[in-house]
Design a protein around this ligand. Structure first.
Ligand code: KIV
Length: 284
């Protein structure tokens, strides 16, 4: 049976130069397949708002939605390191509220860690959660919960000023107690500087090869999410096309009475059909 990784395993992987591989997952069966495929980690991202609920952004996502989906993923992947994602306004208000909400993920969904977005501005929250005994992953660069403020889903850290800000953020979240850092949509050179500057693992989503591991959004890499595809996505399968093919074939079969066939039906027990007919005749 696969052994679930711990924070120390992830740290050792960074030190040995062994890449960690992870995707987002929002449901039981995706988690099962991901565990079978050998993923090191799973993120129950608040991207579920866009990928599962069809919202235009992640802003409307609630704690309950994130906790319920994390529970399903935990059940599907009992031996994989699962990270719950703190949705918008579940941690920004105060360190106290962030501890209470982070705790829900651990108590109700049995996650291994939580993730939250932001750098220096959320350090008091990271410190409070981590000092309460919970593992926190920080997330900088393109932070979707602030996409309105940063002008959309845009790459970050492309100028000296913004790259320096990001490096300061990375140092600060490590200092505050984050066990790992996710860097999204930044130039590879900036990700490499951050990776070399701090001791904790630095994972990338659209941040180049030098990150300590790679994350992809499951609905992007499987070709399910239709609204847009970020530049950093590699599509590994066309599940959306396969689904459409299957649904269309089913529609055609039912409309033309090609389904169900005899092999899809149950037979009455021996002699029971004749008895049923007799019983029906007796009633009329
Ligand atoms: O919610 C999510 O899937 C995320 C990724 C974009 C990193 O936070």
């Amino acid at each position: 049976m696969k052994k679930k990784l711990t924070r120390l395993d992830l740290q050792k992987m960074k030190e040995k130069g062994e890449k960690a591989v992870w995707i987002t997952a929002y449901d039981y069966w995706t988690a099962q397949f991901a565990e079978q495929a050998g993923m090191d980690m799973l993120l129950v991202g608040d991207s579920l708002g866009m990928c599962i609920y069809g919202y235009e952004s992640t802003m409307p996502v609630t704690m309950d939605q994130c906790v319920y989906h994390s529970e399903a993923v935990r059940r599907g992947a009992p031996n994989t390191f699962v990270i719950g994602d703190m949705p918008f306004l579940s941690y920004q208000v105060s360190p106290e509220e962030s501890v209470r909400n982070a705790g829900r993920f651990f108590k109700e969904a049995l996650v291994d860690a939580i993730k939250l977005e932001g750098g220096r501005c959320v350090c008091p929250h990271i410190k409070a959660i981590s000092e309460s005994g919970m593992l926190v992953m920080a997330h900088i660069g393109l932070t979707p919960q602030s996409s309105g403020q940063i002008g959309g889903f845009k790459a970050q850290g492309r100028t000296v000023e913004t790259a320096l800000e990001m490096i300061e953020d990375a140092r600060a979240v490590q200092e505050a107690g984050a066990f790992a850092l996710l860097v999204e949509a930044v130039p590879p050179e900036v990700c490499k500087i951050i990776r070399d500057e701090i001791k904790i693992p630095v994972y990338g989503l659209g941040a180049g090869l030098d990150a300590d591991g790679q994350l992809l959004i499951v609905a992007d890499m499987l070709g399910i999410f239709q609204a847009f595809t970020p530049k950093f996505v590699k599509r590994y399968a066309n599940v959306g096309e396969e689904m459409l093919k299957g649904f269309k074939a089913y529609v055609e079969d039912v409309k033309s009475t090609r389904f169900p066939e005899e092999k899809h039906t149950y037979k009455m027990m021996d002699g029971e059909l004749a008895k049923l007919k007799t019983a029906l005749e007796g009633r009329s």
